[in-house]
Design a protein around this ligand. Sequence first.
Ligand SMILES: [Zn+2]
Length: 316
Amino acid sequence: MTQLTRRGFIEAAAATSAGAAALWTGGFSSAWAAAARTAPRGKPVAESLGNRLALITGGGGNVLALGSDDGGALLVDGGNAAASAAVLKLALGAVDAKQVRTLFNTHWHPDQTGSNAALGKQGAQIIAQENTRLWLTRKINADWLPQPHPAFPKQAQPNKTFYTTDKLDFGGEQLAFGHLGQAHTDGDIHVYLPKANVLAAGGVVSSQGWPLLDWQTGGWIGGLVGAYDRLMKVANDSTRVIPANGPVIGVAELKEYREMYFAIFDRCVALLIKGMSPDEAVAEKPAKEFEEKWGESGEFVRAAFKSLWGHYAPDA
Ligand SMILES: [Zn+2]
């Protein structure tokens, strides 16, 4: 996807302080730190996608903002907690709105749910798949977290949930959103804006380095492939796809990533059935030919392999 230009950039009025950013990324595991290293440094920026639609990057995960004529804004994801104030200010300015009325959480991760507390307090509607709400009501342990993720206070939890698909009218768009199954987590969703032909794909898509595969909250490599199949049913040849991390892509990249994840899935199943351990599977380098583009694959392969444990068993 190359139609976007840098012309629409609007600088953040309030920068995330370097101290807060350091505090936020300081204790995280290598996967998290690697993601933080590749994220744009400094302050979040907004890029216009046309028609009161904007993309805010550099404040955690990508944030999509849509404005309406009555001064309301809708966000798909809210960035991380450290950048929340800057992201919200920037998003409102970029779509010429006064208040965020609706927030989607594409999944429970901190890079997506960092504005839940502020917006929940203001009375915003927070929409998520029911599994995402359930995760946010409890303490979460996962290998990649430096410490358990605490339950969100009631006010910051999603207050409108769905199971499969739903629709919402906002800002002249009839947004269509749906569950992507067990993929990056077990609560991933996509949000499609048909008029703008923009598809927010959430954590299932990263166009910037290997993604986290959060098998401990229900993600798995086979489901990730299935999620791409669902996204490709929604997208068409001119759809702009917004990943959780990295630049905007098109349907050609969705197809490319789907084939890559399928190859890794297929090989990891074969290694598991042979009775290999995660270390042995990583040593087999089942993602070797993708490393030139995506970087060292060990961490992703390890998570992909472990993610099979709930779905396959070695041959006895
Ligand atoms: Zn995520």
